[in-house]
Design a protein around this ligand. Structure first.
Ligand SMILES: [Zn+2]
Length: 58
């Protein structure tokens, strides 16, 4: 199972899933700076390995 990083803004609809922690942290910091919003970064586990070509947010 592979961990992913979930970035979620508490004050608007901004959110994203990232495989790299550095990228997730950058996106989080950028949004916080640009919007002045409170954004959380959570490491989560994928419920299941993806089997096909589903939509992927990077
Ligand atoms: Zn926001």
């Amino acid at each position: 199972m592979k961990g992913v990083y979930h970035v979620t803004c508490h004050e608007c609809t901004f959110e994203g899933l990232y495989e790299r922690r550095g990228v997730a942290a950058d996106e989080r910091g950028e949004h916080e700076r640009d919007e002045g919003h409170r954004v959380s970064l959570l490491e989560i586990e994928r419920p299941e390995p993806t089997t096909g070509s589903g939509p992927q947010t990077v």
